[in-house]
Structure formats: structure tokens, C-alpha cells
Design a protein around this ligand. Structure first.
Ligand SMILES: Cc1cc2nc3c(=O)[nH]c(=O)nc-3n(C[C@H](O)[C@H](O)[C@H](O)COP(=O)(O)OP(=O)(O)OC[C@H]3O[C@@H](n4cnc5c(N)ncnc54)[C@H](O)[C@@H]3O)c2cc1C
Length: 410
């Protein structure tokens, strides 16, 4: 089928690389343009939950994922002195609780996808992977999409897939300004690698979570015991001046967490040296349509639910599977393929995006009293007498995650 249509994928994150892999497998010539100069490392553990587990299996990613799978055994909520107040082993909610039963770091999952792309057989579509470049200008008519890249090159494509994340410029170029679609949910979140702080009190493979008024601090184990991953989130009004200003983001973190207990002083000391500091708004993307003409959006660009949902990667990979499957099924009728993709994915997105504001509030009690109450409630919820309630909750989660995936020819 090679040469039937030419697709440009904008963004080489999980969504972009997953859709590129499936398109190439279907014999569709694919160009990927990624603004960074190389694959972007970093990112915390991402969960493969619900249908994305099945998608990863169908895409043949499981052997690669198994090689990088993180040893995460549970989550423990701690107080200022590091005393465990509520323990949630990974299996507590059937692998669908705070810790999913398949966790892999975002950078490693991206590597698995790139390795699969590199290993494609000769009969696959032709790949053109361009790092360090992005779309400067995009115009479309009913026959083609003309693109001028920042590098100066120009080219025509049959279709463009915008997989360039929460702050997508494809979305801005084709659908309208960011403010029209991105909804701030009341908090910022940062992820970065730190030297493992002394005195966490954490058992091997356990994630520690320490709520303080208005913020939450977590330490996740790294495959390398010398390092850990820090996750800090804080509830404040939106502040546009933080966007892209790493020094201001780190200052905010220091101000918000000054004087906190547990291992927070060590984390704050390590923040400025973090090799992979990532900080962004907790935000949701809601769009009435994900396609316009020959351009379609995928992953966070289309339907970010925020890191609070733990489902960003699941949506990216499931959406990529559906979009590529539908395009391969009707390469000559992109309108039908885009409509089917949207019809299939939207119910899952609607379900996942529900109630995120409440989650943000629940995870960031404002006062010391609120923090004490949260720890007490979590302690009760995870206690032995409430086992029947957990069984009922697990069933409910299972029901919400039931999602019929269409089969596509391999
Ligand atoms: C470095 C990094 C670390 C992350 N860490 C976490 C984490 O720890 N926890 C979490 O829940 N989520 C994290 N995320 C977000 C998470 O990856 C996504 O929610 C999810 O995987 C969906 O991915 P996506 O491919 O749609 O978007 P993204 O992962 O944001 O990928 C978008 C890609 O597009 C590229 N890009 C952006 N603009 C352009 C442009 N104009 N032209 C070309 N390329 C462009 C970006 O460099 C990036 O590689 C992280 C994202 C990144 C980029």
C-alpha cells in the first residue's frame, strides 16, 4: 500500500510515535516532526490502564514494556515525620488504584515505541523522522495540506495529525487559540529526578506521598536506587507568567513548600540541578471536534485529562491505535476515518475527564486540619474492616474501564 497517502505527524511523544508505528505498519508513508533535538527523556511512571493494556498487547509492545517495567509495589501516605498513615499495595484496587499493575517511565515507553519503529520490516511505509523542527505555517484545501517547516523546507501532505501535547501549536494554527480549549483545573504539577533523599523511610518499591496544606509531595522509586523521582503539585490560581520560565517555576515550588517536613528540604535542594525538570498546569482539553478538514488532533493536544487522571498515556496510545486503524481501513476516505476515530474514543475521554476538579481539591487539602482528615480517611479506607468496601470499589472501577476495542487487521 506504500505511497497511497502521505501523513505528517506533529510531535514525537507517546501519541505521535504510537500512531506513526501503526501507520507505518499499515504501509502508510509517515513523516514525524519533533521540536526537540532528540527523543525527550524523563517523565514519571506512566500507567497502562484499562484498554491501553490491551492496545499495548495488540501493538506487540509488551516484551519491550516488560524489560523496562518499574518495580512499584504500593503507595504509602506519610506525615511530616515520615510515619506511614495509609498503605495501598498495588493490588488493592485490582491494579486500577493509584498504582496500576503496569507502570513504565514515560521516557522508556517512548524508547520502546522508537525501537519498534526502527525494527519495522522493509515492506512498511516510508518513514521520515525530523528532530529539531516544527510547523511554521499550515494551509489546507480539499486536496492537500501545505506545510512550511521552521527549517525552511516546504512539503505537501494528504493528512496532518497534531500530536504535539497540551500546548499544541497545530491546535492553535487550525482550530483556534489555546484559551478556547484548555481549562486550568486549579493546580500545577512538577516531575523530576533527584538523588534519593536520606531518611524517606520507604520500603523497596513503595511510593511515598506526603500531603501538606495546599500541596502534595511524592517520592517514587527509580530503577536506579541512587535516584528517585519527585512529584510536586500545588494548588494556586493560574499564572501565565510561569509558562516556560523554569526559574520562576522552581521559585514557586520553594516558596510553597518552605518549612515542610519529611524529606522536602532535600527535594527542594535538588530541584535546581534536576536534569529533567518538567512542570506544567494541571489542565484539561475539551474540544467540540478533533478534526477540521485534513487535520486531526491526537493525545493531549485533543483531549488531555491532566496528570490527575493517570490516564494521559492510556488515552494517547488507545487513540493512536484507533486513528491508525481507521485510516488504514479507509485511506481514501479520511473524513470517515476521522469520524469513526472520534466516535470510538469520545466516550472513553468523557468518562476519564469527569470529576477532575474534585480530584484536584481532594488531593490538595487547604489546611492542616484538612490534611489530618485526609490521612485519617485514607487510613480507614485502607484498613482491614473496610475490605468489603474496597471490593465494591474495585468492581465499580472495573465497570468504568470496560471498553470494547475494535479489531483491526494486523
Ligand atoms: C518530557 C515530558 C515529561 C512528561 N512527564 C509526565 C509525567 O511525569 N506524568 C504525566 O502524567 N505526564 C507526563 N507528561 C505528559 C504525558 O506524556 C502525556 O500526558 C501523555 O503521554 C500523552 O502524550 P502526548 O504524546 O499526547 O503529549 P506529550 O507527551 O506532551 O508529547 C508531545 C510531543 O510533541 C512535541 N512538540 C510540542 N510542540 C511541538 C511542535 N510545535 N512541533 C513538533 N513537536 C512538538 C513535544 O516535544 C513532545 O515530544 C510528560 C510529557 C513530556 C513531553
Amino acid at each position: 500500500m506504500s505511497g497511497s497517502i502521505r501523513v505528517l505527524v506533529c510531535g514525537g511523544g507517546i501519541a505521535g510515535n504510537a500512531v506513526a508505528l501503526q501507520l507505518l505498519r499499515a504501509g502508510i508513508d509517515t513523516t514525524v516532526v519533533e521540536r526537540a533535538n532528540a527523543p525527550r527523556p524523563g517523565g514519571q511512571a506512566v500507567d497502562l490502564r484499562g484498554p491501553s493494556r490491551e492496545v499495548a498487547e495488540r501493538m506487540g509492545l509488551m516484551p519491550g514494556i516488560a524489560r523496562h517495567r518499574l518495580d512499584e509495589r504500593g503507595m504509602v501516605f506519610v506525615d511530616a515525620r515520615g510515619r506511614g498513615r495509609a498503605r495501598m499495595p498495588a493490588e488493592m484496587f485490582g491494579g486500577e488504584g493509584f498504582i496500576a499493575d503496569i507502570e513504565i517511565s514515560r521516557g522508556d515507553l517512548n524508547r520502546v515505541l522508537l525501537d519498534e519503529i526502527a525494527a519495522l520490516p522493509a515492506e512498511s511505509g516510508v518513514l521520515d523522522y525530523r528532530y529539531g523542527d516544527w510547523i511554521e505555517e499550515l494551509t489546507q484545501d480539499d486536496r492537500t495540506v501545505r506545510v512550511r517547516f521552521a527549517s525552511g523546507a516546504s512539503s505537501g501532505f494528504d493528512l496532518v495529525i497534531g500530536a504535539d501535547g497540551l500546548n499544541s501549536s497545530t491546535r492553535a494554527q487550525v482550530f483556534g487559540p489555546r484559551e478556547q480549549f484548555v481549562e486550568y483545573l486549579g493546580a500545577y504539577i512538577g516531575f523530576f529526578t533527584i538523588p534519593t533523599p536520606p531518611g524517606t523511610g520507604l520500603e523497596t518499591g513503595w511510593v511515598g506521598v506526603y500531603p501538606v496544606p495546599g500541596s502534595t509531595v511524592a517520592v517514587r522509586p527509580d530503577p536506579n536506587p541512587a535516584t528517585s523521582m519527585a512529584i510536586l503539585s500545588t494548588r494556586i490560581p493560574a499564572d501565565d507568567s510561569l509558562r516556560g520560565d523554569t526559574a520562576a517555576q522552581q521559585r514557586l515550588i520553594r516558596d510553597r513548600l518552605a518549612g515542610s517536613g519529611w524529606v522536602v528540604p532535600s527535594i527542594l535542594e535538588a530541584t535546581a540541578q534536576a536534569p529533567d525538570f518538567y512542570f506544567d498546569e494541571v489542565a484539561r482539553v475539551r474540544m467540540p471536534r478533533w478534526s477540521r478538514g485534513r487535520v486531526v488532533l491526537l493525545g493531549d493536544a485533543a483531549c488531555c485529562g491532566s496528570p490527575m487522571t493517570g490516564m494521559g498515556t492510556a488515552l494517547a496510545i488507545t487513540g493512536a491505535y484507533l486513528l491508525a486503524g481507521e485510516l488504514a481501513a479507509s485511506p481514501a476516505d479520511h473524513t470517515r476515518a476521522f469520524d469513526r476515530y472520534e466516535e470510538l474514543l469520545r466516550p472513553l475521554v468523557t468518562e476519564i475527564q469527569k470529576g477532575t476538579e474534585q480530584q484536584v481539591r481532594l488531593r490538595h487539602p487547604e489546611t492542616a486540619r484538612g490534611v489530618r482528615m485526609t490521612l485519617a480517611v485514607l487510613g480507614a479506607l485502607t484498613s482491614r474492616p473496610l475490605h468489603p468496601l474496597r471490593v465494591a470499589l474495585t468492581r465499580l472501577i472495573g465497570k468504568q474501564r470496560e471498553y470494547p476495542l475494535p479489531e483491526y487487521p494486523r
